[in-house]
Design a protein around this ligand. Structure first.
Ligand code: UD1
Ligand code: PEP
Length: 425
């Protein structure tokens, strides 16, 4: 089993460059299914989710290369191959194969997606959207079957402003006949990024990034080149790491506008942040104020950042509270942080963190992607050695994390350890 081993206490200094956005990449790659010729995407992060999607595209006949951050996808020989099991279970975003294959082939069979367990993650709004466009959708033995004679544009009101449902409906609707209107659409920057790719492929999409998206279906889409946006969640993770352990860290390749809620909350905690056009500088800090934070849909405070932020709260003076309004059960990291001597507990959908506490190295488990990032930060701060298990969660979404942290001065390495399966409960 692979683990991360971290010797805590090293200060971080220098420049770190943020990779392309995971949550864009995992939608842009399936979007290429809709193209009539090759799509090239620059800035794809080196994460296992990208490799898994490459494998999924190859399973349906795509020719895909992925080298030095550039993925080129030739979709011309793709077929509507059912994907009920295997790779689709490895990540959440395999659900985008539904919208893209429905758009191109008018049919798809896709297993229920995997991804982080954060509490219930239904896909009812995706299905409602596909049905509104004229698809018949059934759930048979854990796989979703979608078929349509033709897709016809429709008005769809999302009961929740879901990122996945907004993108998935967009993927199918660009090839539907006539006009689709998505109301109460999610507004995340990754949605604009996907709409930009689709528009450059010849789609007609207006309003991406607002709560009403209008799509006029087209008969065919062409290949194109695209450069992905920077990962605002990775950037926020490094901002928090820099605040906690930095002696001056420049975080490069960011769009500061995408980070407004994070920047505002960190400033409230006493963190000094210098924003440049495409980078953010965080100087050394010694003290932090306790704050309360509530996660919200974009442009509110992102749920994907609350777990690393909780670690900074263990250094803050007083009681902090984190309420997750998106995922009620996204608090598995709190138990692990307690193993490291954090004073924290969960009440309902709120974590209550009492600081400051002196974190101590321990063996802990990355229960999900951002819990993993939180534990990496806790390990950087803690006295002694921290060993993080189940790091495959972290590697789904952070590109070259070890290399980036080592370059900043951290003592973190990946190691294979023997697991005694006889002792497993
Ligand atoms: C691959 C990807 O982009 N993942 C991101 C995406 O996940 P994902 O797209 O899965 O998240 P959604 O925006 O869809 O979910 C938001 C909320 O809506 C609920 N919901 C969603 C769909 C649905 O059909 N029915 C329903 O009730 C969910 O349970 C959740 O409470 O947005 C989340 C919220 O910003 C992020 O944490 C994830 O990192
Ligand atoms: C929850 C996340 O990812 P996914 O939706 O891919 O599980 C995340 O990126 O924090």
């Amino acid at each position: 089993m692979d683990v991360y081993k971290i010797k805590g206490g090293n200060r971080l200094q220098g420049k770190v460059t943020v990779s392309g956005a995971k949550n864009s990449a995992v939608a842009l790659i399936p979007a290429s299914i809709l193209a009539g010729s090759s799509v090239t995407i620059d800035g794809i992060p080196e994460i296992s989710d990208a490799w898994t999607l490459k494998a999924l595209l190859e399973e349906i006949g795509g020719e895909v290369s992925f080298e030095n951050g550039t993925m080129t996808i030739d979709p011309t020989k793709m077929v509507a191959m059912p994907l009920p099991n295997g790779n689709v279970k490895k990540l959440r975003a395999s659900y985008y194969m539904m919208g893209a294959m429905l758009g191109r082939f008018k049919k798809a069979v896709i297993g229920l997606p995997g991804g982080c367990f954060l509490g219930p993650r239904p896909i009812d709004q995706h299905i409602k959207g596909f049905e509104a466009l004229g698809a018949k959708v059934t759930n048979e033995h854990g796989a979703i079957y979608l078929r349509a004679d033709e897709l016809i544009g429709a008005k769809i009101y999302l009961d929740v402003a879901s990122v996945g449902a907004t993108i998935n409906i967009m993927l199918a609707a660009v090839r539907a006949k006539g006009k689709t209107i998505i109301e109460n659409a999610a507004k995340e920057p990754e949605i604009i990024d996907v709409a930009t790719l689709l528009t450059n492929m010849g789609a007609n999409i207006k309003g991406a990034g607002t709560s009403v998206i209008r799509i006029e279906g087209v008969e065919e889409l062409n290949g194109t080149n695209h450069t992905i946006i920077p990962d605002r969640i990775e950037a926020a993770t490094f901002m928090i790491m820099a605040a906690a352990m930095g002696d001056g860290v420049l975080i490069d390749n960011v769009i500061p506008l995408h980070l407004e809620a994070v920047t505002a909350k960190l400033r409230e905690m006493g963190v000094k942040i210098e924003e440049n056009e495409e980078s953010i500088y965080i100087p050394k800090h010694e003290k932090f104020r306790a704050v309360d934070v509530k996660t919200q849909v974009y442009p509110g405070f992102p749920t994907d950042v609350q777990q690393p932020l909780a670690v900074l709260m263990t250094l803050s003076e007083g009681t902090s509270k984190v309420t997750d309004t998106i995922y009620s059960a996204r608090f598995k990291h709190i138990d692990e942080l307690r193993r490291m001597n954090a004073k924290a507990r969960v009440e309902g959908s709120t974590a209550i963190i009492q600081g400051p506490s002196a974190l101590e190295g321990s063996a802990v488990t990355a229960t999900d992607l951002r819990a993993g990032a939180a534990l990496v930060l806790a390990g950087l701060i803690a006295k002694g050695e921290t060993e993080i298990h189940d790091i495959y969660h972290i590697e789904r979404g952070y590109s070259e994390l070890i290399q980036k942290l080592c370059a900043l001065g951290a003592d973190i390495r990946k190691e294979s350890i023997m697991v005694n399966t006889n002792n497993k409960a």
